[in-house]
Design a protein around this ligand. Structure first.
Ligand SMILES: C[S@@+](CC[C@H](N)C(=O)[O-])C[C@H]1O[C@@H](n2cnc3c(N)ncnc32)[C@H](O)[C@@H]1O
Length: 303
């Protein structure tokens, strides 16, 4: 793997600077538990998977919420993430009550099968490494963007097929990920910073491989994966960013971008880069800026 081929990892501080992701995650947990209690009546065991679990703080909250709602059921919970470091954190923080699986949602490891409940929060919009001429696909020219979107949609379809195949008949999945134009104003600000020295030379090197599929593309992917139309419930929603100061918004962005940035920047430039973001945000009406910035898609599925 060349430097550019490395996956984008979350920083060690991600958990401390992810209030927005936590708030959405708690809402998704609540939705999943509600759906599970209406779908499963006193089961002996529930096999549960959290895809792209990150450091696992939400996985553990989800585990406890299910234990409370199903006191007589054995909850067999696992978190999947490609970051071995995150998976280790999950196993340790849960006191080994939750299993950790290192692997990708683009190719499930063999132990992911016969799942009763699949959950995912703020993960499925991450694509594998992809080299492009700008920091993010929104800023690519027509042809390059179309090429990226084609490949990204194929990857999304693979994930939906993997999820369908891994579910038991009667199983449920609740998946939340970025909607088109998620945190767009923040990307615009960062993109503008990349137009200037000393960051300009890195514009085509630092790639944030995210993809936000349209509602139409999500529906067609789910149907192709095997989900019946009556078993698909999709909604989109927008939340204000929880972070409400220039520093907190900067740290929110830093939490999921710093290790990727670090591959290319000197330590000094890393600090200058995030200071510049904070400086620009300080010159912005932050309350206006954070309004409705976090755009999400939530899908509830049954098999
Ligand atoms: C923004 S974090 C979300 C973590 C957690 N679910 C939350 O809501 O706080 C995204 C996570 O997706 C993981 N990830 C990205 N692409 C992945 C893939 N192809 N397979 C497994 N995990 C992946 C990253 O390692 C990262 O931990």
């Amino acid at each position: 793997m060349t430097q550019q081929d490395k996956h984008f990892h979350m920083s060690d501080d991600y958990e401390y600077h992810s209030s927005s992701q936590k708030r959405t995650g708690r809402f998704v947990i609540q939705q999943t538990v509600e759906m599970a209690t209406s779908q499963f009546k006193n089961p002996q065991k529930l096999k549960v998977l959290d895809i792209a679990c990150g450091p696992g703080n939400l996985t553990i909250e989800f585990f406890h919420a299910l234990q409370q709602s199903f006191p007589d059921t054995k909850i067999d919970m696992a978190g999947l993430d490609y970051s071995e470091h995150n998976v280790k954190r999950l196993i340790e923080s849960s006191g080994k009550t939750v299993q950790g699986i290192v692997g990708s949602f683009y190719k499930f490891p063999p132990e992911i099968k016969n799942e009763d409940i699949i959950f995912s929060n703020h993960g499925l919009h991450w694509q594998p490494p992809y080299k492009m001429s700008d920091i993010m696909y929104m800023y690519l020219g027509y042809e390059e963007r179309a090429q990226f979107e084609l490949q990204a949609l194929q990857n999304f379809k693979i994930t939906m097929r993997n999820i369908h195949e891994a579910m038991n008949d009667g199983g449920i999945a609740v998946l939340q990920f970025g909607q088109e134009r998620q945190i767009e104003k923040l990307w615009d600000l960062v993109h503008e910073i990349f137009n200037h020295s000393p960051f300009k030379e890195f514009k085509s090197k630092v790639n944030f491989p995210v993809y936000h599929p349209s509602v139409e593309n999500i529906y067609s992917s789910l149907k192709e994966a095997g989900f019946a139309e009556e078993n698909i419930n999709l909604k989109t929603f927008a939340e204000d960013l929880e972070e409400d100061t220039a520093l907190d918004v900067t740290n929110f962005f830093r939490g999921f971008t710093e290790p990727g940035i670090r591959q290319f920047f000197t330590q000094n430039n890393v600090d200058v880069f995030y200071k510049k973001i904070e400086y620009e945000l300080n010159n912005t009406n932050i309350n206006e800026f954070r309004k409705g910035l976090l755009r999400s898609t939530l899908i509830k599925l049954k098999k």
